[in-house]
Design a protein around this ligand. Structure first.
Ligand SMILES: Nc1ncnc2c1ncn2[C@@H]1O[C@H](COP(=O)(O)OP(=O)(O)OP(=O)(O)O)[C@@H](O)[C@H]1O
Ligand SMILES: [Mg+2]
Length: 377
């Protein structure tokens, strides 16, 4: 073989050995990749749990079946708070990672979210109270810069207290209307009874939602069910309510005064409230909603008969039989008067319909108070 041919062979041999080596490297890389993938598939899946309490580097977690464990937190895990969702190793339950999205609990399914349509003129009487609410709820939402410039902090929340049916819920809806705010309604008793084990998390999510949807009003009816003074924390139920309540306080403290979120709490039992919830910095403005005066009752009556088909109704006479009636009573009388007419196949409502409605309502109240006496002595 001449040297030229030999060179060609050597060259050919080197070339093909290079190609093989290259192929070999590629295959090796592939094997590594597949091995890694295989390792990943062999790993046990992580469990999604909820943090109930956090201590230095340990936490109490609730696993999906409801059981709770005190476990370690991995050192590179973000700072955790009660209510967070986390990924947990199945075998030894170490908390590995905080979940950014909390999509395992949809707060919107649990609360009423609304954009109410109650203009101020739907509220009868209560002029002073309306002015006060506008000043502490409406103005900071509408003109936060005024407060910033003046250098004062408007209250984060108010407490409306008074007899049932005096217009507390109505006022809250009216201020949500005038500020164009998202109205997030929760009922204290439901929060502590219906969502057992979820109360604290729900409270956290509600405030998260309120911040996202600002301007917003978080309306808590029957606040006393959540925020009553508790002397005895004996049962687990009471501890649960306490935990929900503590989360509520923490959430109030956790947002800025001018963040566009306002809390309106309502109660018929102000005396029962824990002082922690009504102290300065929290629901600090307390507004009493009284039973209407004579003049206010007349205004309320006029609001409710506005769209009714009346004929020759003696308004003064009707009103004179409604002493001590609350706004809700007045409304009930109007609706019942309408029914009286309809029952007699009329669509025109007369004085006598109102009188019958008043008698019916008074009888009903009498009956209820007797039943109450029998039950409670
Ligand atoms: N001042 C008022 N002006 C006009 N309507 C009123 C007034 N007060 C009460 N009403 C009527 O009575 C209904 C019930 O009132 P509302 O629910 O606001 O009472 P409340 O004070 O929230 O009672 P509770 O303490 O039982 O929750 C209202 O939807 C409204 O129709
Ligand atoms: Mg109410």
């Amino acid at each position: 073989m001449d040297s030229e041919k030999l060179g060609d062979v050597v060259y050919g041999y080197t070339a093909s050995s290079n190609a093989l080596e290259e192929q070999n490297t590629l295959l090796k890389e592939n094997v590594d990749k597949l091995r890694n993938e295989l390792d990943r598939y062999k790993k046990a899946p992580l469990m999604i749990c909820e943090i109930r309490e956090v201590y230095a580097n340990k936490a109490v977690i609730k696993i999906p079946n409801g059981n709770q464990f005190l476990v370690e937190i991995s050192s590179d895990c973000e700072r955790l708070r009660a209510g967070d969702s986390v990924l947990v190793e199945q075998k030894n339950l170490v908390v590995i990672e905080k979940l950014a999205i909390q999509n395992n609990f949809e707060v919107e399914k649990f609360v009423i979210i609304d954009n109410p349509d109650v203009p101020w003129k739907q509220v009868g009487g209560l002029k002073k109270q309306i002015d006060e609410i506008r000043e502490v709820v409406e103005l900071p939402i509408k003109k936060p810069e005024m407060f910033r410039k003046a250098g004062i902090q408007p209250p984060k929340g108010i407490l409306l207290h008074g007899e049932p049916g005096t217009g507390k819920t109505l006022l809250a809806k009216a201020v949500a209307t005038s500020t164009n705010a998202t109205f997030i309604e929760i009922v204290g008793s439901e929060l502590v009874q219906k969502y057992i084990g979820e109360g604290a998390k729900l409270v956290k999510d509600i405030f998260q939602l309120a911040r996202e949807r600002a301007p917003s009003i978080v309306f808590i009816d029957e606040l006393d069910a959540l925020a009553a003074k508790r002397i005895d924390l004996g049962t687990s139920g009471e501890r649960e309510v306490q935990r929900t309540f503590m989360q509520f306080l923490a959430e109030i403290d956790g947002f800025e005064n001018l963040a566009g979120v306002k809390i309106i709490g309502c109660t018929n039992r102000k005396d029962m409230l824990d002082s922690a919830v009504v102290r300065p910095g929290r629901l600090e403005r307390h507004i009493h909603i009284p039973v209407p005066t004579k003049e206010a009752r007349k205004e309320i009556f006029k609001i409710h008969i506005k769209n009714m088909n009346l004929k020759d109704v003696d308004v003064q006479k009707v009103l004179s039989f409604m002493e001590d009636f609350t706004g809700a009573d007045v409304r009930a009388v109007c609706t019942e008067a309408g029914y009286c007419a309809i029952r007699q196949s009329r669509t025109i409502i007369k004085t006598e319909d109102f009188m019958q409605a008043i008698i019916k309502l008074k009888e009903k109240e009498q009956q209820e108070s007797e039943e109450h006496l029998q039950m409670f002595g």
